[in-house]
Design a protein around this ligand. Sequence first.
Ligand code: SF4
Ligand code: SF4
Length: 69
Amino acid sequence: MFVIPERCKECLFCIEFCPRQVLVKSPHINSKGYHYPMVAPGKENDCVHCQFCSLVCPEMAIYTEEVGA
Ligand code: SF4
Ligand code: SF4
């Protein structure tokens, strides 16, 4: 799961729609003042690459890639 922080508008769709609750709001903000998503601590291996997060993101700020694929 990769985030392009500068594109994020903090709509939180990705966090809401992730079926595995992998994502949380980062304590950090981008240059526009938005909290972008990050992987929740301890959930590093929980992403199932369903791609919901990238499909619901209106800003195309998040995408997934299978590690080792
Ligand atoms: S690909 Fe699916 S499981 Fe992984 S972070 Fe996105 S919505 Fe969650
Ligand atoms: S769906 Fe996209 S714009 Fe919305 S919070 Fe997630 S990364 Fe940011």
